[in-house]
Design a protein around this ligand. Structure first.
Ligand SMILES: [Zn+2]
Length: 244
C-alpha cells in the first residue's frame, strides 16, 4: 500500500507537468508577438519604397501637367499674336511667348528628371516587396507552428487536469492535502526527499535528528496502513519523505 506521501508525490508529478504547460501556454503568444514584430522593419521599408515611387511618379505627372498648360498658353498667345496690327505689339508677344516656352522647356526637363527616378524607385519597391514576402512567409510558417503547439498544449493541459482530479482524490489524508496545496504556492517542488545525510533536498538545510525520526515513522506507519503525519523542513517548510 502506498504511503500518504507517495500519493502526494504522484500528485506533485502531475502538478509539475501542469506548471510546465501553463508556463508554455503563457509564453507562446509572447513568442508569436515577437516574431510578428520582426516583420515591422520589412513592412516599414516596403511602405517607404511605395511612398518614394508614388512621389517620383507624382512629380513626373505634375511637370507633365504644367508643360501641357504652358503649351496651351503658348497656343493662345500665338492666336492673339496672329491678329495683332502693329509690329511693336507683335514683338512684345514674341518675347512673352519666348518666356513661356522657356518655362515649358524647364517643366519638360523636370519631368524627364522625375521620370529618371522612377525605374530605381520601382526596383527598390520590388526588392522591398520580395524581402517582405520572404520574411512574411517565414513568420507565417513559424506562427502556424506556434498555433499548432498551442493546441497541443491546451489538449494536454485538459488531460493533465483531469488526471490531477484523480490523483488528488487518491491523497486520503486531508491534512497532507491542505498542507501541500498551501506550500506548493511558495515552494516548488513542495515534496522533497530528506537525504540520508539528513538534509532537506529543497533548501539543503541539515535537519535536526527528530525530523529524520518522524520521516522514518511515517514510512513504517505507511507500510502498516497506519495514519501518518506531515513532516516539514524546519527551514523552508517543504514536505519531507525518506529514501526508499
Ligand atoms: Zn528545506
Amino acid at each position: 500500500m502506498a504511503t500518504t506521501v507517495e500519493t502526494l508525490i504522484d500528485l506533485q508529478e502531475v502538478d509539475g507537468r501542469i506548471r510546465e504547460l501553463e508556463a508554455e501556454e503563457k509564453d507562446l503568444p509572447r513568442k508569436k508577438a515577437m516574431e510578428k514584430a520582426r516583420l515591422s522593419g520589412a513592412a516599414s521599408d516596403l511602405e517607404s519604397a511605395k511612398a518614394a515611387l508614388d512621389y517620383a511618379r507624382g512629380k513626373a505627372d505634375e511637370f507633365e501637367k504644367e508643360s501641357l498648360e504652358l503649351q496651351e498658353k503658348i497656343r493662345q498667345l500665338k492666336t492673339v499674336q496672329a491678329g495683332l496690327k502693329t509690329n511693336r505689339e507683335y514683338q512684345q508677344y514674341a518675347m512673352q511667348i519666348e518666356n513661356v516656352e522657356r518655362d515649358r522647356e524647364a517643366a519638360d526637363n523636370s519631368q524627364v528628371a522625375a521620370l529618371d527616378q522612377v525605374p530605381s524607385a520601382e526596383k527598390r519597391l520590388a526588392e522591398a516587396q520580395a524581402r517582405y514576402d520572404e520574411e512574411n512567409g517565414a513568420i507565417e510558417a513559424f506562427c502556424a507552428e506556434i498555433d499548432e503547439r498551442m493546441a497541443a498544449v491546451s489538449a494536454e493541459l485538459a488531460e493533465q487536469r483531469a488526471e490531477r482530479v484523480v490523483r488528488a482524490a487518491a491523497v486520503d489524508d486531508p491534512q497532507f492535502k491542505q498542507y501541500y496545496e498551501r506550500i506548493k504556492l511558495k515552494r516548488w517542488p513542495a515534496v522533497v526527499q530528506l537525504t540520508h545525510d539528513g538534509v532537506c533536498d529543497g533548501c539543503h538545510l541539515v535537519q535536526p535528528p527528530s525530523v529524520g525520526q518522524l520521516v522514518n515513522a511515517n514510512s513504517r506507519n505507511g507500510q502498516e496502513g497506519k495514519r501518518q503525519r506531515v513532516v516539514a523542513c524546519t527551514m523552508c517548510g517543504r514536505i519531507l519523505y525518506g529514501e526508499a
